[in-house]
Design a protein around this ligand. Structure first.
Ligand code: SF4
Ligand code: SF4
Length: 209
């Protein structure tokens, strides 16, 4: 999928996400936030200026969100975005209310909407994780000009092709037909079993997983 397909999936299929910010002590704070619209510039959501969420957003200018669709873990598709946010203001409210008519039941008239404002998550990285397929499917992407972080486990030239990693891999997503063996990133759980068992220390871990 393209980046904008992920945005559309988040807004139109998942919609309600768990959103994380940090407080003044640097501790995480989560809340449920609906992702209400998207375009080529990012994903849009609203909040009220009286909320602690608004205060944290304007101070940190950073947000991490995760949403999941599916009736059970084994049928789930999840999407996470993390990155920079900016306040685009109340001029975006009519557009969000038009796309999300249920909001009119919560904020029925113009007077009740005066405290609302809109933010855009415009630059960052994303992670798609689909457990409904076998093997699992995952994808990483970036948007708004952010650098892709390239996370995961990777096999280096130190590989002696002993195949031990393959025997311990729950997804069997290591190509052992060549040396060095290659991890198929799109199917990898990032569990670290391969990393732990490799006696040749041929497997490296990049970034936080
Ligand atoms: S366990 Fe290490 S050395 Fe053996 S095949 Fe896997 S990566 Fe290569
Ligand atoms: S991290 Fe886990 S799923 Fe990924 S290749 Fe290694 S053992 Fe397999």
């Amino acid at each position: 999928m393209e980046t904008q397909d992920y945005f559309a999936y988040l807004v139109d299929h998942i919609h309600s996400t768990v959103a994380a910010t940090t407080d003044d002590s640097g501790m995480p704070v989560t809340c449920v936030i609906d992702m209400m619209d998207w375009d080529e510039n990012g994903v849009y959501f609203l909040t009220a200026k009286g909320k602690g969420f608004y205060s944290r957003l304007t101070k940190r200018k950073f947000l991490s969100v995760t949403g999941m669709e599916g009736e059970s873990t084994m049928t789930s598709r999840s999407l996470s975005l993390r990155g920079s946010v900016k306040e685009v203001g109340p001029s975006f409210l009519p557009r969000l209310f038009e796309k999300n008519p249920y909001m009119a039941e919560i904020y029925p008239d113009e007077a009740s909407r005066r405290a609302l404002t809109v933010f855009c998550l415009y630059k960052g990285t994303g992670e798609w994780f689909d457990l409904s397929t076998k093997p699992i499917q995952r994808a990483s992407f970036s948007f708004g000009g952010a650098e892709s972080e390239g996370e995961g486990f990777f096999i280096t030239d130190r590989c002696v092709l002993c195949r031990l990693c393959y025997s311990k891999c729950p997804q069997k997503c290591i190509d052992i037909s060549r040396r060095p063996a290659v991890i198929q990133q799109e199917n990898c759980l990032r569990c670290g079993n391969c990393y732990d068992v490799c006696l040749a220390r041929a497997i490296v871990k990049r970034k936080d997983l």
